[in-house]
Design a protein around this ligand. Sequence first.
Ligand code: BES
Ligand code: MN
Ligand code: MN
Length: 462
Amino acid sequence: MDIDAVLKRIDDDLETSLERLFALLSIPSISTDPAYDGECRRAAQWLADDFAAMGFSAEVRDTEGKPMVLAKSDGAPVAGDDKPHILFYGHYDVQPVDPLELWTEEPFKPHLVTREDGSKMIVARGACDDKGQFMGFVEAVRAILAVEGALPAPITILIEGEEESGSPSLPGFLAAAGDELKADAAFVCDTGMWDADTPAIAMSLRGLVGEEITIRAANRDLHSGQFGGPARNPNHILAKILAALHDEDGRVTVPGFYEGVVEPAAETKANWERLGLTAEEFLGPIGLKEAAGEKDRTVLEQLWSRPTLEVNGMIGGYTGKGFKTVIPGEASAKVSFRLVGEQSPAKLREAFRAFVRERVPADCEVSFAEHGGSPAFRVAEDWPMLKKGEQALKDEWGTETAMVGMGGSIPIVHSFKHKLGMDTLMIGFALEDDNVHSPNEKYDLKCFHKGIRSWARVLAAL
Ligand code: BES
Ligand code: MN
Ligand code: MN
């Protein structure tokens, strides 16, 4: 492959690449809210049309939930027939935008913002997670086809529409379409850089279990003067249970919680030690100082190798403006666990439910709703593809690649390995300050541009 010609094409085409990304970013494909079902389908169709225009055979595939986009390069010529087949995965769905009032511009009106030093950033929901990231790969493929007239390897592209809501339709889809997805390697662009100058390959992801608990006490909301005292307050019960989930040392108290946790190899820990991140450096930019969590663990150990339990939301009683003297009939919380090693999502869910049930008074009721579960994932350290990725990134960024862990979760990656038998090369260009899932999400234009160039180099290395 004439990589210099491809890179030049990418540079020359950056403006139209941005226009395409902006068109996609204008579609509010929020997967967790059924009000946006039509928009999710519109995003899927937009992508299928774009992949078809590139010469792929592309379809919108229905699932029990949001549609998947599946595109195969079987029409396009491939340079050499000995090349590994690549499955590229991304997700077109995005997180909700609330609180909307904290956005400086509308979340689905993508635009460029120029900083004082002249650097630019793309601002919109999904700019980074994951539309800007996966379109980086797509633009690299487009440039290669334009310059070479052929692909360096057969490529299948799978873009999912419910990653941000735990990929509930994934098992069904993999059971039905798994054979079509089988490839020699999976590529994912949905993780981050080590810092703004240092690219990274993610060696692990944490797993995730989502649970919603609802505690019901009285059969209706009550006047807190008329009933307060004798009537139980479900907010209090809930708060007490949630507070009991961690001990003084930051460890989770649910029996069996740490079963299956694997300590990283000494060499891996030494690697992380060398990255030299202090709690102050990590917490400073988010306005904090002291590390919480497990007392005897460094920040990177906590993020990359330890499980956590977080309360993501609490609802109960009057939360509107002003004040209301009420004892609610019901209180609920959304709780999630991050998993590592061999921890089992199903076992943890049961252990958590038992812990809660034990603490609910006999005249109250508790119910649970499940919000997805996926195990943790680790790449095989000796996978030869990692070396190719490392070298390609070094060529583009001019520095060594950091081999990192990731605290976040991408449920499908575990299935790629354990259902379809392939490892995943996870390269991403997100920065710590991209406001992923937060108001004013952004993606640096430099990350988008060099992300495209990096993927072209990875593909050239095949
Ligand atoms: N791209 C993220 C995952 C991620 C975050 C990887 C940070 C590396 C670093 C992904 O879109 C995401 O947000 N996943 C959710 C999954 C969940 C909703 C099932 C997550 O991690 O919370
Ligand atoms: Mn993502
Ligand atoms: Mn996300």
